[in-house]
Design a protein around this ligand. Structure first.
Ligand SMILES: [Zn+2]
Length: 297
């Protein structure tokens, strides 16, 4: 099913869709940057609580230190964004997706230090991928669900690239949403195939992880990777798993070889696998028949 977005929705509809997608991309930038910081603060707080508890267990006479409430609030909306170099608070006109970055020529309005091209890059990427998905599935319930799928993968890709983490806060809802979409919206596969996809996706990488660890004593990937492949299986069905694994392994290998050739990486350094799983999952959503065909011909 291929829709010509322009003829179906007109200029106004298409412009609106692009604008909304750019704004979503802008929100993804916030998630990519802030969620890992929020998680780290959370872990720190829990570790401190645990330490305070063990302290009070061993020396019951001394009252444990009061919980540290001095940390200022930090979540997706508070505090407002600031320039990393000078602390200048980003005003709303400086926060318009892509447009502001171009207008400011990629520099902070106060201190003129460069603003990474990745901010408009993520916004443009989000808008581009959204248009591709909408041109295939249209403004249907499943089309909207696949938009969510796409946006989530964009966030996971950059978070894993930056921090080598795939947060449960994102991978697990993605998994449930995949089962839900296939169960209720008449997605691309039956609920049965989706459930099997989630189970086999998780088990395949889990078994690979333990096999690798038993043989080499090293950890080849993280638990986040199992959950992400489980989520992709839930969205796309168990039969796409071999294709997803093949595409992610090949693209990961090419990436590693290119990095080695450019001498930007030592052989010992690990590469996060999540971005390649995400790319393979998205490619499989869009070119489903070709990916399935890899193994049927
Ligand atoms: Zn600045």
């Amino acid at each position: 099913m291929n829709l010509d977005l322009l003829t179906v929705y007109g200029w106004q509809g298409l412009t609106l869709a692009i604008w909304v997608a750019l704004c979503i991309g802008s929100f993804l930038n916030v998630v990519i940057y802030r969620l890992p910081v929020m998680m780290e603060r959370d872990w720190r707080e829990q570790a401190e609580e645990l330490l305070a508890q063990t302290d009070s267990d061993t020396t019951p006479e001394t009252p444990s230190a009061p919980p540290d409430t001095s940390q200022p609030t930090f979540n997706l909306s508070v505090p407002r964004s600031r320039c990393g170099a000078c602390g200048h608070q980003i005003r709303s006109w400086e926060n318009i997706p892509v447009v502001s970055w171009l207008f400011l020529l990629g520099k902070c309005s106060a201190c003129k230090s460069p603003i990474s091209w990745r901010y408009p890059g993520v916004e443009l990427l989000t808008a581009g991928l959204t248009l591709v998905v909408l041109s295939i599935y249209g403004f249907t319930w499943f089309g909207l669900a696949t938009c969510l799928f796409t946006w989530t993968l964009v966030a996971l890709t950059f978070i894993d690239y930056d921090t080598k983490l795939l947060p449960d806060q994102i991978t697990l809802p993605l998994l449930w949403l995949g089962l839900f979409a296939n169960g209720f919206f008449v997605g691309v596969v039956s609920l049965h195939d989706a459930v099997l996809g989630a189970i086999f996706g998780y088990l395949f990488l889990w078994a690979t992880y333990w096999g690798f660890k038993l043989i080499t004593g090293k950890e080849g990937m993280g638990y986040g990777d199992f959950k992400l492949l489980a989520a992709l299986g839930a969205w796309l069905g168990w039969m796409t798993l071999p294709g997803i694994i093949l595409i992610s392994a090949l693209t990961g290998l090419v990436y590693a070889l290119v990095r080695l050739a450019l001498r930007r990486q030592s052989t010992a350094e690990s590469i996060p696998f999540g971005p390649f799983l995400a790319v393979a999952g998205w490619v499989t959503l869009v070119f489903r028949d070709s990916v399935l065909g890899l193994f049927l011909t």
